[in-house]
Design a protein around this ligand. Structure first.
Ligand code: AMP
Ligand code: GLY
Length: 439
């Protein structure tokens, strides 16, 4: 019997704890720092240690005799939490800092992709605003502007005009938007097509692909408004045929893991490939070194196998031959965010109606929640992910939207089209809601 520590306190981590708590092999779960929803899972408690406190987390593992650490967010991975745990002899699900640079530095990732002939968009890298603006004026197209470092999923600007591109470059390299994360930028060829996230469990050598999920990055319905961390997700994505997944495995995931192994840094954990399905085949837009949020909330409810056993196999290099069983059903996760998300702040607001959502058959994963004076409050950012499973995406999404309708907190925002636009588009042929085909 095992004690597992899950690092983080968002909706993704709630879904991870919820899934791990179903394992008969897990005796105890600790979340650091966790959240009120996480603490309500079976055999689970929160520990008041920040996800960024590497020394504190190692100490917590020693004190509580933790057998396996599962790291949710990218920050601690990039900061070397898994390296520190390895040095202390503690098994972890998640890549070391060297592998996590694939997410933490888009400049490094781009070089890695080019060196290993993995299909991606062409890009130029700049630190100097003058050089970047000269390059921008000289090229015929309007490129995507990307902060190289970690920017909570908000560091990519897709300008429509050259003027907007100039403003984006200036905001990062002169205005200091995104701080150090934006002191190096990529000007990247704009790709057209549908987007798809393909995630794989990896043990350093072998991998197993998860049901592909589709995120909805934009704040507003039909893919309008600013990019966010993700306003909802569905799985499995109708855009992903088995043939496409085989091609992604063969040309992208497999070669990436082989290159990392050759470099002496085998990748253990979840590798998340953000792809654009272009006319020339799938190309990598980005790698993430962890589960997506809210993709995890839409994928993990479909897992029938024991998540603990899979993660332990990844951590110990024994994933080969593991049979991972997924439900043939579909899942939809609809995010409810605070007023002002993604940029502003909101005052704490009491959350009502969670029982109604449960009564509608939904599982509600918590992110920005806090118990204040004995009452659950929304405390900003993405607050809840209301999740439901059904025979197909439309049925799952309708149920999730029923759950959303039951919940209320002041200023709550959500996208009413999560899963439904996709179902409609599916009838006309597969499309991505935020990037309608033919744009
Ligand atoms: P990322 O944070 O790298 O996933 O980028 C955020 C979003 O920006 C993606 O989900 C895409 O919608 C868009 N994006 C990023 N790179 C490109 C590109 N090269 N061409 C078109 N859109 C892109
Ligand atoms: N939902 C996108 C991400 O987690 O990066």
């Amino acid at each position: 019997m095992s004690c597992v520590l899950v690092v983080g306190g968002g909706g993704r981590e709630h879904a991870l704890v919820w899934s791990l708590s179903r394992s008969p092999r897990v005796e105890r779960l600790i979340a650091a720092p966790g959240n009120p929803g996480i603490a309500s899972c079976d055999r689970t408690e929160n520990a008041p240690v920040a996800a960024s406190d590497t020394a504190g987390l190692v100490e917590l593992c020693r004190r509580e005799s933790v057998d396996l650490v599962v790291v949710g967010p990218e920050g601690p991975l990039a900061a070397g939490l898994v390296d520190a745990l390895a040095a202390a002899g503690i098994a972890a699900f998640g890549p070391d800092a060297s592998c996590a640079r694939l997410e933490a530095s888009k400049a490094h990732c781009k070089q890695f992709l080019i060196d290993n002939r993995i299909p991606t968009a062409a890009a130029h890298i700049f630190r100097d605003a003058g050089d970047a603006l000269t390059h921008l004026q000289a090229r015929p197209d309007v490129p995507v502007v990307k902060a190289s470092g970690l920017a909570a999923g908000k560091g990519v600007i897709v300008p429509e005009t050259r003027q907007e591109a100039v403003a984006a470059v200036e905001s990062m390299l002169i205005g200091g938007r995104f701080g150090a994360a934006g002191s190096e930028i990529l000007l990247e060829e704009r790709l057209e097509g549908q987007e798809l996230s393909v995630l794989a469990f990896c043990d350093g050598e072998h991998f197993a692909v998860l049901p592909p999920a589709q995120d909805h990055k934009r704040l507003l319905e039909t893919g309008r408004g600013p990019n966010t961390g993700g306003m909802g997700a569905v799985a499995p994505s109708p855009a992903a045929s088995p043939k496409l997944i085989a091609r992604v495995s063969e040309r992208i995931i497999g070669p990436t893991l082989a290159a990392l192994r050759r470099a002496g840094t085998p990748y253990r954990g979840v590798l998340y490939a953000g792809l654009m399905l272009t006319g020339d085949g799938p190309r990598v837009i980005e790698f993430n070194c962890r589960f997506g949020d809210p993709e995890a909330q839409a994928v993990l409810p479909l897992l029938r196998s024991d998540l603990y056993e899979i993660m332990a196999a990844c951590a110990t290099g024994s994933l080969a031959g593991a049979a991972i069983d997924w439900s043939p059903e579909a899942c939809a996760a609809v995010v409810m965010a605070s007023a002002g998300y993604p940029d502003g702040r909101a005052d704490p607001a009491p959350i009502l109606g969670l029982d109604g959502a449960a009564g509608a058959g939904c599982t509600v994963f918590h992110a920005g929640t806090e118990t204040i004076g004995g009452v659950l409050h929304a405390t900003g950012g993405r607050v809840l992910a209301v999740t439901a499973v059904g025979p197909d995406i439309e049925a799952a999404a309708r149920r999730a939207h029923q759950g959303v309708a039951a919940i209320d907190f002041e200023g709550a925002q959500h996208r009413a089209d999560i899963g439904l636009a996709l179902a409609e588009a599916g009838r006309a042929g597969p499309q991505t809601p935020d990037h309608p085909a033919g744009r």
